[in-house]
Design a protein around this ligand. Structure first.
Ligand SMILES: NC(=O)c1ccc[n+]([C@@H]2O[C@H](COP(=O)([O-])OP(=O)(O)OC[C@H]3O[C@@H](n4cnc5c(N)ncnc54)[C@H](O)[C@@H]3O)[C@@H](O)[C@H]2O)c1
Length: 369
């Protein structure tokens, strides 16, 4: 037994969960930070196909080992859990490899490129009796907890209509995000998933039954180059050199659920609107709500229409939501707590996305099975 193998056994005996990161890019920093706040786990290895990136990441976050091949990392590191934070095309193969190696997985959104891949991931988790949690980070927002309370106490009545809106005027992150073969699609699969998921979650997780959607690719990427800022969201993500801009600019859809709820979705990377917006709205028989960074409720009282805002509710905080998501994942792995964002929900979301893209192609409503 060599020194590092002895160290691994010592750490396992000390009871700290051994965590690996697959994909050392932008969002993985939020995962690594989240783990660093928890006393019962340690990020012991990271992996990226870009070796320089993996090495720099390991140094930056004081991670003892780095790899360029996740299979090698899984074979050598005796991990308890990994975060899969690669581009979307690698979510399925990396998650399946980890689950088959007996490792619990927190996979970033979107769960996969499509529902067939997502189903395979969920089946693999089940077969290996391991946890596969999906990175639906909006479920951990401050406003979500308030919404859950309001809903539980019946403040909204029956929710029959909802809107999920995530629109950017000039906001393709560039690189692989704009390439269908790496991303699976554009703003619908990248941004729409967040707001679609939170509506379904707060709507009581109904089953989607049909979708009617349309996508457009009219504006392209290189817009208004004289404006400042020109490409607010574009960044150096060391994307592969073969990336081509091949995703939709804008997607819109109507989804029907088995409990009667109808959801209208809009998502764009590029759209001629005044400013970027991201929010969802729920309309119930007793009250309606609009939730962006904060929350506002519209109802009536003593025969007056009133607009209600929770007093001193902290704004949604991106880092705080990630920290809560990671803490929940570790709680599930360490203590068997029921997962708040299980693989099954990711599969259903991917079925909704598949149906919207299919409907956009055919021009017809698509039945979701
Ligand atoms: N939850 C959120 O709010 C949120 C925000 C941003 C991104 N994301 C998701 O996180 C994922 C990563 O996004 P990002 O912005 O960090 O992208 P990124 O390009 O910065 O990082 C992705 C990294 O994955 C690496 N990679 C690709 N294939 C790999 C493989 N087989 N093995 C190891 N490494 C591999 C790439 O080299 C790259 O370094 C995406 O799925 C994205 O949708 C989620």
């Amino acid at each position: 037994m060599n020194f590092s193998e002895k160290l691994i056994i010592m750490e396992c005996k000390m009871g700290k969960l051994r965590i690996g990161i697959i994909g050392s890019g932008g969002i993985s920093a939020c995962h690594t930070h989240g783990y660093s706040l928890l006393p019962n786990c340690q990020v012991v290895a990271c992996c990226d196909i870009n070796e320089a990136k993996a090495a720099a990441y390991a140094q930056n976050y004081n991670i003892p080992a780095y790899y360029t091949d996740y299979n090698e990392m899984l074979a050598k590191e005796k991990l308890d859990a990994v975060s899969v934070t690669t581009w979307n095309a690698a979510h399925m193969p990396a998650s399946v490899a980890a689950l088959n190696a007996g490792v619990n997985v927190l996979c970033e959104k979107p769960m996969a490129m499509n529902s067939a891949e997502a189903q395979l991931m969920a089946d693999t988790a089940k077969k290996n009796n391991k946890l596969l949690q999906i990175g639906f980070v909006m479920r951990y927002n401050n406003t979500t907890e308030v919404m859950e309370n309001l809903k539980r106490d019946g403040a909204l009545g029956d929710i029959y209509y909802a809107k999920a809106t995530y629109l950017r005027r000039n906001g393709c992150p560039g690189g692989w995000f704009g390439d269908k073969s790496y991303a699976g699609g554009g703003p619908l699969i990248d941004l729409g998933v967040h707001v679609m998921d939170i509506v379904r979650y707060l709507g009581g997780l109904p089953k989607p039954v049909s979708a009617y959607g349309a996508t457009f690719n009219n504006l392209g990427r290189n817009r208004a180059c004289n404006s400042i800022p020109t490409f607010g969201y574009e960044r150096d993500n060391n994307a592969p050199s073969d990336c081509k801009y091949s995703v939709e600019d804008f997607a819109t859809a109507m989804i029907r659920f088995d409990n009667g709820l109808v959801l209208s979705v809009e998502a764009s990377f590029n759209l001629n609107i005044k400013e970027d917006v991201a929010y969802y709205e729920l309309f119930g028989t007793k009250a309606g709500l609009k939730v962006g960074d904060t929350l506002e409720m519209y109802t009536q009282m003593n025969d007056y229409f009133v607009d209600v805002k929770p007093y001193a509710l902290p704004k949604n905080d991106f880092t705080g939501a990630f920290n809560a998501e990671i803490a929940h994942f570790i709680d599930c792995v360490a203590n068997g707590t029921k997962c708040k964002a299980p693989a099954e929900d990711g599969v259903i979301l991917m079925k909704m996305i598949d149906a919207i893209y299919e409907s956009a192609k055919t021009g017809h409503e698509v039945i979701i099975k």
